[in-house]
Ligand binder design. Structure first.
Ligand SMILES: Cc1cc2nc3c(=O)[nH]c(=O)nc-3n(C[C@H](O)[C@H](O)[C@H](O)COP(=O)(O)OP(=O)(O)OC[C@H]3O[C@@H](n4cnc5c(N)ncnc54)[C@H](O)[C@@H]3O)c2cc1C
Length: 385
């Protein structure tokens, strides 16, 4: 299986070659380590550089900043191929999101400083929006950055931060003006090495996605140069977040498709082998119908996702459509995992079968990147004009 539909207009030969490279790399270097890194609660740092060396990260980064100047389609392929081998531990999604922020809103100096490392894997990135008391209601973040000469003094805390323990840079969503609502939000890039007043908390224990390091972060009078502000002036953060959200949301549905393809493949193989009542499990009509339903959902999602990638490449993916992709993709993923797991019987509940981990890993897709309820709000808003 592949991400592409037969007729997707955005797909060129380079995309197909890139997909082969990514698939081989992840089959050889990621899939065999997924369980080990899930046990460890963190992905081996060297893996980031391995992927970077193969040119599989930062596909949309221009050459002058370390990439090869492809489009968003290359990032989409990396995202899909990771899901296709059933991994969620490696935090590429966040790396890609931050890379896009820096390329879209960074100054020339910032792009030159961080771009090459983000592509090579020498720099791992995180984005810190969520706080202990604020998730969906992002405008309400309490982390505050106060100007102090040519530095910001930042106070506050964040939670659930993917790549939080590995990150060399963290894009912090904070207030620079407490009275200005959404217009008081800014994005400031923290360079973690040696940063005074910065502390990482626990690596949070989770239901799934266990190979991903998920951190609490604490800032106490933490000093960050004012030159690390993203964008020409303060107060642009909310607008910057909104501009990038379509990609973040689409990515979640691309991961969903990768997972679905992997789960169907695993389930077909299992039900062809396993027997009950003298028949293969695959020979029961219920099994055939369930798998037919799953496959149909996969193809619907593939078409939608390909359409969305084409729209995004053309600068035409609106917030409501991206929200539909996120909501429907992640919900469909969970439905498919549920059905596939059932066809494994008791073995489906055992962690030695990947379907058990896929099931657990899928749940969060309906929560992060904006919950599916928030997605429905955004879709409804586009109707109620
Ligand atoms: C594994 C994992 C990784 C994550 N990684 C990151 C990361 O890297 N960076 C980061 O910043 N955050 C990250 N998050 C946080 C994630 O984005 C938030 O958990 C998510 O946005 C929801 O916020 P919340 O947890 O505060 O839920 P809440 O906002 O408290 O929501 C609770 C419930 O209320 C519902 N609800 C809230 N508002 C409305 C409304 N207006 N209408 C209807 N229903 C509503 C929600 O849908 C949800 O069901 C991660 C979370 C997890 C679990």
């Amino acid at each position: 299986m592949s991400l592409f539909t037969e007729t997707a207009a955005w797909v060129e030969d380079e995309h197909r070659m890139f997909a082969d490279t990514a698939h081989k790399l992840f089959s050889d270097e990621l899939a065999p380590n997924t369980e080990k890194w899930a046990e460890a609660g963190i992905v081996d740092r060297e893996f980031w550089r391995t992927v970077g060396a193969q040119g599989v990260m930062g596909g949309a980064v221009p050459e002058e900043y370390g990439g090869f100047g492809g489009g968003i389609g290359f990032d989409a392929i990396t995202t899909y191929e990771q899901g296709r081998v059933g991994d969620t531990g490696w935090g590429y999604g966040i790396q890609s999101i931050v890379t896009h922020y820096i390329m879209a809103f960074g100054s020339e100096d910032q792009k030159k400083k961080w771009g090459p490392g983000l592509v090579s894997g020498d720099i791992v990135a995180a984005i810190a929006m969520t706080e202990p008391d604020t998730g969906s209601d992002l405008q309400n973040v309490q982390t505050f950055a106060e100007r102090d000469g040519n530095h910001y003094k930042i106070n506050g805390s964040k939670t659930f931060i993917t790549n939080g323990h590995t990150a060399d840079i963290v894009v912090i969503v904070c207030k620079t003006d407490r009275k200005a609502g959404a217009k008081g939000v800014s994005l400031i890039v923290l360079e973690t090495e040696g940063a005074e007043g910065f502390r990482r908390g626990r690596n949070l224990r989770k239901l799934g996605m266990k190979g991903s390091d998920t951190a609490e972060l604490f800032f106490k009078d933490m000093r960050v140069p004012t030159s690390n502000l993203l964008g020409p002036e303060e107060g642009q953060g909310f607008y910057q977040l909104m501009k990038q959200l379509p990609w973040e949301r689409l990515m979640i549905s691309i991961t969903a498709l990768g997972f679905i393809d992997f789960a169907i493949e695993q389930t077909v193989a299992y039900t062809q082998e396993r027997k009950a009542f003298g028949k293969r499990i695959m020979d029961f009509q219920n099994t055939r119908f369930k798998l037919a339903e799953c496959k149909t959902k996969a193809e619907l999602l593939r078409s939608f996702v390909n359409d969305c990638i084409g729209r995004l490449e053309a600068g035409k993916l609106d917030a409501a459509t991206a929200s539909m992709a996120k909501y429907w993709g992640s919900q469909t993923q969970n439905e498919v995992m549920h059905e596939c797991l059932q066809l494994f019987g008791g073995n489906g509940f055992m962690m030695e079968y990947p379907i058990a981990r896929l099931y657990a890993d899928s749940r969060v897709q309906m929560i992060y990147g904006g919950t599916n309820e928030i997605m429905k709000e955004l879709i409804a808003r586009s109707l109620d004009v």
